[in-house]
Design a protein. Structure first.
Length: 439
């Protein structure tokens, strides 16, 4: 039989000692576990069904399983995808079948379910189908790609999010005060340093607690007190922590410097600011998301391939992480810096947004409304609609904007890069529509 959640190993790391035993101690995931939320009700009512917890490391997937194990009246079996084979799975499934005949439920928790191969996952399927087991899987990978379709279709996927800095700071403070943590010690550590640890952890509670434990164990002891100094903290995390100040202002200064260097077509400056962020412990996925935004906001249709490069860099960061993905981010940042620049897409949306907010109640023109019912057709929904593919030029003079916005232009292409071609095409379309304007 697999070891259970309740076996004690001595000595236990801080993260294990502080593992929440109920939902009130759980930090984060308010969208799932806040008052009245579905997952909270399922756990509190011991009514869980087969489900998968998907999220980055250290956000509470295993902890939720531990809480379920404590609350459920069912037999709870803990599997590890690393150590469990098909023979062991089948043995447990047979016991679950026997339990079902006697009216007892079996909940099977599979950590790192994405590590199970197809044959191992298939071994669960018939028992999930007939209700012999309730399967709970935990994964850091997208279950759409890593879990068999047939098994996935029988599970509800709950997406767990990286913890915020505020979540982690609250967790660290509890670790210092809680008797299971350092509540019996006189620990002196500044709020600024707790925030630095939280920032360094990048949303991972286990990483934050491990770092806290390390800095306290290496703190200066004098007169019965343990004092954590900035020097101790910096040595333990091997980063220049002071690059990120208390309020995160420097964090935003650095991403601003990166963004503006790329916009100014300065690859050397852009790579420098990128390195400053990554070497200070910034989450590479955060940087990658900002580069994706830049690809459309500042390059746009002057070079549409920029968006492909940015998205590919994000995927590389997701698959590899630091330090390997630093070269992929460099690739993307240099590409953005050297690309022709256009903010026409950004300007188009911002201008359209202003009109959309002012005229939220503006009706959709009848000609482009959908008409799935006879009543709608009788009310002239879709009447006069022109299907562009039936036209020789693939163009029509049909009006698509509301009357109040007729003639309004939002997308104004520049002459930069490939966008010059799109500008010529747009001018051709406008000339055609002017020549074929409805009388």
């Amino acid at each position: 039989m697999q070891p259970t959640f309740f076996e004690n190993e001595v000595p236990q790391p801080l993260a294990a000692r502080l593992r929440p035993t109920d939902l009130d101690e759980f930090v984060g995931q308010k969208h799932l576990l806040g008052p009245g939320k579905v997952l909270r009700r399922l756990i509190e009512n011991d009514a869980v069904s087969s489900m998968i917890f998907w999220g980055p490391p250290g956000v509470g997937k295993t902890t939720l399983a531990s809480i379920i194990a404590r609350r459920t009246q069912a037999e709870f079996v803990d599997f590890s995808a690393v150590t469990s084979g098909i023979k062991e799975i089948r043995s447990v499934m047979q016991q679950a079948d026997d339990n079902r005949r006697f009216g007892k439920k079996t909940i099977v928790f599979v950590d790192e379910i994405h590590r199970f191969n197809k044959a191992q996952q298939d071994a669960f399927l018939p028992f999930v189908e007939k209700g012999s087991i309730i399967l709970i899987g935990a994964t850091t990978e997208n279950p759409s790609f890593e879990v068999n379709g047939a098994l996935l279709s029988r599970c509800k996927v709950f997406v767990l999010q990286a913890l915020t800095t505020g979540d982690l700071v609250a967790l660290l403070r509890r670790a210092i005060d809680d008797p299971r943590g350092f509540g019996g010690e006189n620990v002196r550590i500044s709020p600024e340093m707790l925030e630095m640890i939280a920032n360094f952890a990048n949303g991972d509670a286990r990483s934050a607690l491990s770092t806290l434990e390390m800095v306290i164990l290496n703190g200066d002891t004098e007169d019965g007190a343990i004092t954590v100094t900035p020097e101790t903290l910096e040595q333990c995390i091997s980063k220049k922590s002071l690059l990120y100040d208390k309020k995160g202002e420097e964090h935003y200064n650095l991403i601003s410097a990166l963004h503006k260097s790329m916009r100014n077509s300065d690859p050397d400056a852009a790579v420098y600011w990128l390195a400053r962020m990554l070497e200070a412990g910034e989450d590479p996925l955060y940087v990658a998301r900002r580069v994706i935004r830049f690809a459309s906001e500042d390059v746009g249709m002057a070079d549409s391939k920029a968006l492909e490069v940015a998205v590919a860099a994000y995927q590389a960061c997701h698959y590899l992480g630091m330090p390997e993905c630093s070269v992929h981010l460099t690739h993307a940042v240099v590409y953005m810096s050297l690309s022709p620049k256009s903010n026409a897409l950004y300007a188009a949306y911002e201008n359209a947004k202003l009109d959309a907010i002012k005229q939220l109640a503006e009706p959709v023109p009848l000609v482009i409304r959908n008409a799935p019912t006879r009543l709608m057709r009788e009310l002239d929904y879709g009447k006069g609609y022109q299907y562009a593919h039936d036209a020789d030029d693939k163009l029509t003079n049909m009006q698509c904007l509301p009357d109040s916005l007729l003639g309004r232009e939002y997308y104004l292409p520049t002459d930069q890069g490939f966008e010059a071609r799109y500008r010529e095409r747009l001018e051709e379309i406008k000339a055609w529509k002017k020549a074929h304007k409805a009388k």
